[in-house]
Structure formats: structure tokens, C-alpha cells
Design a protein. Structure first.
Length: 391
């Protein structure tokens, strides 16, 4: 029996301090994201002119800190946050064969690059990130799964970048679930058809990671001042889980899944407990409002489109895995740890949460959720006998 039992569908890599400054053309070097050490000795990501993005340690609290007290420097972080060999060692310890990787600095949908206000610079930063992620994954490209960040503000450039990265081993596409928030067309607009066509042709799933859209109601000063920082963060965390429900709601009514029956979408880091209600409510409204009469291209119910085209990831939940798998669909659920973020599962908690949620399931169900669904979606090559023998 293999010691590897998990394919982790959502993790993050803490970007190295010189990621952009060491790769950008000379005329852009002063404008790309960089790490500084502030007056408190904290490593921070900033843009030109000192515009703050985030504390570097905020993305790497697993085993080394909390949201309230994150690591101040890279040296204080778990080395697996930013070092690929250390990540593989941690994965071996946890029985995790592969990890799907998402960004931090550029935003969970690459939206932070919009702050650069220069299309050439924005595109360059996206390309540099994707190349760096490819290099990082080369430590073992079977096990470290890159997802392509895209310049979604330019659909032609986005398609070009998707094709470029697919050719060098990327296994998915990162996209915002709320393009309208950035002044762009809705998901259902034909504007996005070239992106959907490329995704289908290349057989790449499209990820809606939480936090890729409207974050305006997040950790605003008024809420922090009224509720306190940690209460405001707790509210924000749940708010962005549920916002993916709104994005799913939009996707199911957009017509995209009817026009592109082979396309795949993934709701990342959003949890799964809310899905049965959304699907039941959508089916009820869909039938009650005779949507198919208005749109004859809709040849099935929203829940049936979900079953055919959409996946969702869970990590901490205990109720949904025990009681709602059949309402969501065993073929549509992926497991994640979100390592090394503040809300991530780390160390012993990974297997404790799995056991608590899936202990009553048949082994075939456990296997699909922890391994099979992700292996098929991301075309993961499993371990060899030599890999097993090394441990």
C-alpha cells in the first residue's frame, strides 16, 4: 500500500524576495514588486514608491505563526513555504504526493498587478511569475503542479499566456470569478469565448480562487475599528467563501457551460457545505421561472451543469464530508490543505481532519476525494516503486 494518499488541490508558494527584481528588464526593475525590511524588521512586499502590498510572512504562518502574529522574516517561515526541496520533504512526511500551487503577491486572480497601471509592466510581471513558478516546480514536476496566472484584463494576451504556459507544463488556468468588478464583461459575455475555447482545446481547468474578486468589504478600517482585527478577519474569511457561491451562481446562469460542454471550473478554497443549498435553490428558481423557454440552449438543470463541469475544494469542514457528499457529488469534490496560509491545515491536523470528515465513507469514496478526482483533473503521474522505496 502506498504511503502517499493525498493530492492536495490548493496550496500556495511564498514568492522569493528577488522574484521580479532579478528577472525584470532593466527599465522596469524599479517598478516591479520587491521586498523591503520595514522599521520593525518585518519583510514586506511593496510596489514602486513604497506602496504596500502585504507582509511576506502573512502567506507563511503554517507551523510558524498565526494571522495575528505571522513570521516577520523569511528565516522565521517554514522553509517549505518558499523552498521547493523543503516543500517536497514536508509532503513526504505528510503522505501528500502532489500539490497544486497558487500565488500570493499578484493576488489570487492576478488582480494586484492592475495597481501597476502599465499594460506592458503588468503583462511582464505575470509572465515572470509564471516562469518562476515553472522553475520552482521543476524540483519534481510530477508533484508540484503549476497553475497559470493570466493578464485577464487583455483576453488575447491571456490566451497567448495560457498556450505558452501549457507548453511548459502548467496544468490549469487562474481566473477571477468576478471580471465585472474590474470593469470587464460578465462571464457570459462572448468577450471571453477565446479563453474558454483555449481551455477546452488544451483540457485545462479554470480556477476561481477565493479572494479574486470584490474584496472592498474586507478588512476596511471601519470594520477593524468597530469589531477588532481578528473578528473582522473571521468575517472576511467566511464572506469570501460565500462570494464563490455568488460566482458559481453567475457561472451556472452565464450560458458558458451550455456553450462549452467539456469545460471544467474549480471553486478553490471556498469549502463545499454551501453547495447543496445553492444548487437546490438554483434548480427551484430555474424551473419556476421557465429559464429554458427563454434560453433553449440550456438543456439541463443548474445542478446537472455543476455535476458535469464544476469541482470544489474543502479542507477544515467536518459536517459536509460526513453528510452532504451525495448532495454535492463524490466526483466533484477535491481535498486541499491551503498550506502554508493562516487558515491552512498543518501537520497532524491534516490527517485528523480527513479522519473526522471521511471516516464513515467507503474507501472508494475516500480515494476519489483525496486522490482520484484531482489525479484525473490535473493529469498527475503517480509515484513509482522507486519513489516508495526511498522513504
Amino acid at each position: 500500500m502506498s504511503i502517499y494518499t493525498i493530492i492536495d488541490a490548493d496550496t500556495h508558494v511564498t514568492e522569493t524576495p528577488d522574484l521580479w527584481t532579478s528577472r525584470a528588464p532593466a527599465h522596469m526593475r524599479d517598478s516591479v514588486p520587491r521586498v523591503i525590511t520595514d522599521s520593525r524588521g518585518t519583510h514586506r512586499w511593496v510596489l514602486a514608491g513604497g506602496r504596500n502590498l502585504a507582509s511576506a510572512g502573512m502567506t507563511a504562518t503554517a507551523g510558524r505563526g498565526t494571522f495575528k502574529n505571522p513570521p516577520k522574516t523569511y528565516e522565521e517561515m517554514h522553509p517549505g513555504a518558499y523552498d521547493a526541496k523543503a516543500r517536497l520533504k514536508y509532503m513526504d512526511q505528510m503522505g501528500i504526493w502532489a500539490m497544486v500551487m497558487y500565488p500570493n503577491v499578484g493576488g489570487f486572480g492576478a488582480q494586484q498587478f492592475l495597481k501597476l497601471n502599465d499594460p506592458e509592466l503588468m503583462l511582464t510581471c505575470v509572465q515572470i511569475y509564471n516562469d518562476w513558478q515553472t522553475e520552482w516546480a521543476s524540483a519534481d514536476s510530477r508533484r508540484l503542479i503549476p497553475i497559470t496566472s493570466i493578464p485577464f484584463w487583455d483576453v488575447a494576451a491571456a490566451v497567448t499566456e495560457v498556450r505558452r504556459c501549457a507548453a511548459i507544463g502548467h496544468k490549469g488556468i487562474l481566473f477571477t470569478g468576478e471580471p465585472q468588478y474590474y470593469g470587464l464583461p460578465l462571464l457570459g459575455d462572448k468577450h471571453w469565448s477565446p479563453l474558454w475555447e483555449a481551455a477546452v482545446e488544451l483540457d485545462l481547468p479554470i480556477s476561481f480562487h477565493i479572494g479574486s474578486g470584490d474584496m472592498a468589504e474586507g478588512l476596511v478600517k471601519e470594520r477593524v475599528a468597530t469589531y477588532g482585527k481578528m473578528a473582522a478577519f473571521t468575517e472576511l474569511a467566511v464572506d469570501i467563501f460565500l462570494r464563490n457561491g455568488l460566482q458559481l451562481n453567475d457561472l451556472l446562469m452565464s450560458g458558458v457551460l451550455a456553450r462549452f460542454p467539456k469545460i471544467k471550473f474549480v471553486s478553490v478554497e471556498s469549502g463545499i457545505g454551501w453547495i447543496p443549498f445553492v444548487l437546490e435553490a438554483m434548480d427551484y428558481q430555474f424551473k419556476g421561472n421557465s429559464v429554458a423557454e427563454e434560453h433553449p440552449e440550456f438543456d439541463r438543470l443548474p445542478s446537472e451543469y455543476f455535476a458535469r463541469n464544476v469541482y470544489a475544494c474543502y479542507w477544515f469542514e467536518q459536517t459536509a464530508p460526513r453528510r452532504l457528499i451525495d448532495k454535492i457529488g463524490v466526483d466533484n469534490i477535491l481535498f486541499e490543505t491551503d498550506f502554508p496560509h493562516p487558515t491552512s491545515l498543518y501537520g497532524d491536523e491534516v490527517h485528523a481532519r480527513i479522519k473526522g470528515g471521511l471516516s464513515d465513507c467507503e474507501e472508494s469514496v475516500r480515494r476519489k476525494i483525496l486522490w482520484g478526482n484531482a489525479q484525473k483533473l490535473y493529469k498527475v503521474t503517480g509515484p513509482s516503486a522507486d519513489d516508495e522505496a526511498k522513504l
